[in-house]
Write a protein that binds this ligand. Structure first.
Ligand SMILES: C[S@@+](CC[C@H](N)C(=O)[O-])C[C@H]1O[C@@H](n2cnc3c(N)ncnc32)[C@H](O)[C@@H]1O
Length: 236
């Protein structure tokens, strides 16, 4: 998938490698404390810009979980895992019908970002999206879903994963102090409490390895990777 508001397609492979290498090192250091990595989770999975590269690194040994508060995006991945093929066309009329129907569907998860101006979920119909680009993206979603068959997707807030223990958790939340706001199924902007989220990361880091993407400083977490504006932090 090439377009997603705040998505990590461009640097996803590199971030996955950094997350993997760092996690393996930390697990070695913590082996005295009986720590062993049991699973990998992304509570803000979106279009899986990083996740698509993870199972190749950790292999089959782990449990894999993913979540997102956008129900249609989660439905898109769940349906694609079962063989659903995302559409390769979307007229302006279809786009606005989907935008206003108030429902959650796999089709909306796909169309809502891909066919929207600046990839903002059902922000405005993007006339410039070509059939070729839709076909390529549809094929890519099917390929990722097939490769990530073992991933369990669930819709909800990141706090649905509060009980995880011994996991590598990579978070790519809406960034603080940016225009990166997310829209719900009714097209309304949804706020995000960054401080509450950082508190959650602190708590989760007691029993897990927690990575967070951001532009500016993320709480008092340790900066472990930078690529232009993009930064990756580790909570200890
Ligand atoms: C920056 S995007 C993630 C992009 C993803 N890493 C990718 O490469 O496509 C942030 C995601 O967080 C989701 N989101 C926003 N608030 C959330 C919350 N409170 N809990 C879980 N997901 C949330 C949005 O729907 C969006 O998919």
């Amino acid at each position: 998938m090439t377009t997603y508001h705040g998505g990590k397609q461009r640097i996803g492979e590199k971030l996955a490698r950094v997350i993997y290498d760092e996690s393996v090192d930390i697990a070695k250091l913590k082996s005295d404390e009986d720590f062993k990595i049991k699973g990998y989770c992304e509570p803000f999975c979106g279009m899986l810009g990083v996740y698509q590269h993870i199972p190749k690194l950790f292999k089959d040994q782990l449990k894999y979980k993913a979540g997102d508060q956008n129900k249609s995006v989660v439905m898109m991945w769940q349906q694609a895992q079962k063989g659903w093929e995302p559409p390769t066309t979307c007229t302006k009329e279809r786009f606005y019908k989907l935008k206003s129907d108030g429902k959650s569907t796999a089709e909306k998860g796909f169309i809502g970002h891909l066919c929207s101006f600046r990839s903002i979920y059902f922000g405005g119909y993007a006339y410039h999206i070509t059939k070729k680009r839709m076909e390529n993206t549809s094929t890519k979603v099917q390929k990722i879903a097939t490769e990530l068959k073992k991933v369990k997707f669930s819709n909800g807030s990141y706090t649905q994963f509060s009980n995880l223990k011994d996991y590598v958790i990579y978070c790519d939340p809406p960034y603080a102090n940016t225009t990166q706001n997310y829209r719900n199924e009714q097209g309304r902007l949804v706020g995000f409490d960054t401080y509450e989220f950082w508190d959650w990361c602190d708590k989760m880091a007691a029993n897990n390895i927690v990575f967070v993407s951001g532009y500016g400083q993320v709480s008092d977490a340790e900066l472990i990777y930078t690529n232009k504006k993009e930064k990756l932090y580790l909570f200890r």
